[in-house]
Design a protein around this ligand. Structure first.
Ligand code: ATP
Ligand code: MG
Length: 375
């Protein structure tokens, strides 16, 4: 009969492409049982949204197939998101595994659109997701999710997030009376509100908490960076901004505060022509089809080049699509109204890349904590 040791050393040859570590050393193999020639175990992946999950599962099956003593494999695949936050500061929000800020150098680049759809895309992979609208001066998440009539309740001195399409949402927009006065509030009050939203909310167990930030590097991004340990920041940019270095300024502040920059998302990357054009039929006559030609209106690969220059990860591009605006205004984000569209697929890709970055950062954090404990 094959030994546990033999199975584990065979499985050690399977390397997680993101984390560059063996799946055995990462503790991904659980509940291993050998019964004669039958092998049973659970493969616990680091996130349901990992872009390499299928590849890892196939590599595991291939590795096991190479052990000739095993005739049957009963493999269960699950995912448990790793904690990407150091919780040394008073164990703040210990039930939230990852906090991801969505920032930009200037306004109107699509942070809120990205935050909402990124949160929905992560939830679609099976993760537990929260969305905090930290744009206290101009909360637009309720409108985008069609929750403008929602109100928040308080239970046991904790704010209760409001559920929408499977995600938990908190926004200053839910306090209708106060929301339109926010513009007159000064820094310390705004920071206090954000701290309360973060810490005095009953988020319960979350794999990812997405924080939609206002543009620039003012009080709110600073409060987020200084109040609570966060996994990192994703920077949203448009191809037009790349040349002017506006996005670079936004991540400079976070780098100074030692907050990891998880990567760059390019919004309004390209436009796909939807005009109907006539094309010849195979035998005779003509037929109509969608043009489908891709136009890089503001230039191609700008954010990718910027990311390479600053040694940052490029997390993906989102096309320019007039439907996005209509969907946002009517409270039906594209991931809900048209989940199979190219637009939604691009958000799914970004979400998987963000989740993969969380796993990498969590793994690095784990190593640092082990090193600190050893010294
Ligand atoms: N990919 C896209 N295609 C078409 N329109 C878009 C796209 N992304 C965002 N928009 C539109 O651009 C406008 C600004 O988007 P959004 O509110 O998400 O930006 P923001 O960066 O959060 O803005 P602010 O800085 O004011 O918070 C909205 O009307 C939105 O519908
Ligand atoms: Mg916004």
């Amino acid at each position: 009969m094959v030994s546990v040791d033999q199975v584990l050393s065979t499985l050690s040859t399977v390397i997680d492409p993101d984390l560059k570590k063996s799946i055995v050393s990462m503790g991904m193999i659980k509940d291993l049982e050998i019964n004669g020639s039958e092998l049973k175990f659970t493969l616990e992946l680091t996130t349901p949204a990992c872009p390499f999950n299928d590849e890892i599962e196939q590599d595991v099956r291939k590795a096991i197939a190479s052990i000739k003593e095993i005739s049957k494999l009963d493999l269960k695949v699950t995912a448990k998101v790793m904690e990407g936050r150091s919780l040394s500061v008073d164990q703040m929000l210990p039930t939230v595994k990852n906090i991801i800020g969505v920032a930009s150098g200037k306004g109107g680049v699509g942070k809120t659109t990205v935050s909402v759809n990124l949160a929905l895309a992560l939830a679609k992979t099976g993760a537990k997701v929260g969305l905090l609208d930290a744009d206290i001066y101009g909360p637009s998440v309720p409108l985008m999710l069609g929750m403008d009539k929602a109100a928040m309740e308080v239970d046991n001195n904790k704010l209760q997030p409001v559920e929408s399409h499977g995600i938990k949402v908190v926004s200053f927009g839910f306090f209708a009376e106060q929301a339109h006065q926010a513009a007159i509030y000064r820094g310390p009050i705004i920071s206090g509100i954000l701290k309360q939203f973060l810490v005095d909310t009953n988020w319960s167990d979350l794999d990812y908490l997405i924080v939609d930030l206002p543009p620039g590097t003012g009080d709110i991004p600073l409060t987020l960076a200084q109040t609570i340990p966060i996994t990192g920041i994703v920077v949203v940019t448009t191809p037009q901004d790349v040349a002017s270095n506006i996005a670079v300024k936004a991540f400079g502040m976070f780098q100074k505060l030692n907050i990891p920059i998880m990567g760059v998302i390019e919004n309004m990357s390209y436009f796909t022509c939807t005009n109907e054009i006539e094309v010849p039929k195979r035998l005779w006559g003509k037929t109509k089809k969608k043009c489908g030609k891709i136009h890089y209106i503001f230039g191609k690969d700008g954010a990718k080049r910027m990311s390479e220059k600053h040694n940052l990860q490029f997390l993906g591009g989102i096309p320019l699509n007039p439907g996005i605006m209509e969907g946002s205004d009517s409270g039906r984000p594209v991931l809900v109204s048209d989940p199979n569209s190219t637009m939604s697929q691009s958000f799914m890709t970004v979400a998987k890349n963000v989740a993969a970055r969380c796993s990498v950062l969590a793994s690095q954090l784990g190593d640092e904590m082990k090193d600190a404990a050893a010294n």
